[in-house]
Design a protein around this ligand. Sequence first.
Ligand code: NDP
Length: 324
Amino acid sequence: MVKAIRIHEQGGPEKLVWEDVEVGAPGDGEIRVKHHAVGLNYIDTYQRSGLYPLAKLPAVMGMEGAGEVVAVGSGVSEFKEGDRIAYANPMGSYSEERNMIADRAVKLTDGVSYDTAAAMMLQGMTVRYLLRETYKVGPETTLLFHAAAGGVGLIACQWAKHLGATIIGTAGSDEKVAMAKEAGATHGINYNTENFVDRVKEITGGNGVDVVYDSIGQDTYPASLDCLKPLGLFVTFGNASGPIKNFDVGGLGGKGSLYVTRPTLFTYTAKREDLVANAAELFEVVESGAVKIKVNQTYPLVEAAQAHRDLESRVTTGSTIFKP
Ligand code: NDP
């Protein structure tokens, strides 16, 4: 038996319960992992609340973890006991130990600690595909990134700066805007006190940006579209304020023949070789110092409910980890 945070039904943070779960020996193709650090991500709140339905309950929460391999199932050749690994999928990371399919784990390089890995695997690989694949960001790019002081946001500001882009970052307070600028945002907007469409127009001399990265959802729709140049790309990749319910495809025409995509990390890392390449590029920018992972909150895993409340009430900045 190990301790884990599980839910028996979806709902509020009070549904997260710390209890004994059976792990057993790893099955075919699986490894058993002892977690040293576990990541908190916004998707955890969607899976807890029911915004994202779960196929099976009860379920151990959490997508992201880092730890050591303590047992290896049959048919696993890539990993051995004692290997330091991390992952951003599948669910089940809010636990002291777990079994998981080996195909989803990557080995940590010496320069990446367990805490850093647990803080960055999901958010950092997300930033990588958003900036390097969904839209190929470079020195010519002007982009708008919402929630720029969050976990994904602070990594995005640094990585986009590393790529030479002009970055407009939004956040919900002046302190958060200052953090985003410190991390690399060229311009900052407090979207609670300023009209971000007007400010983007002003900053870009009326042109608009090439790409908007929007993880807020309903609250910033459709205003985010009004920040784009003709033929610009709207990347809607999250629902922190709730999912967009009234998306008007026809309206994209009048706003300049805009493009829209709703990407997820899981598509971009579905093949093992893509996962490994994505993680390798993340490790490279972190080990070179171009991107620093800001672990701004650490909670004991048993306090997962409080961490969810803090994340959902916009109290956190940067990345958050749990210690099992
Ligand atoms: P964050 O640390 O960014 O936390 C969310 C932030 O969103 C808050 O801090 C807050 O910042 C802002 N926000 C705006 N409106 C609200 C609201 N109504 N309620 C709560 N927060 C709000 O979280 P993550 O870094 O973990 O994730 C960021 C986003 O990226 C999430 O939407 C997540 O789902 C998405 N995501 C998508 C992935 C994908 O592949 N599609 C993968 C990873 C993350 P402020 O106070 O500054 O407004």
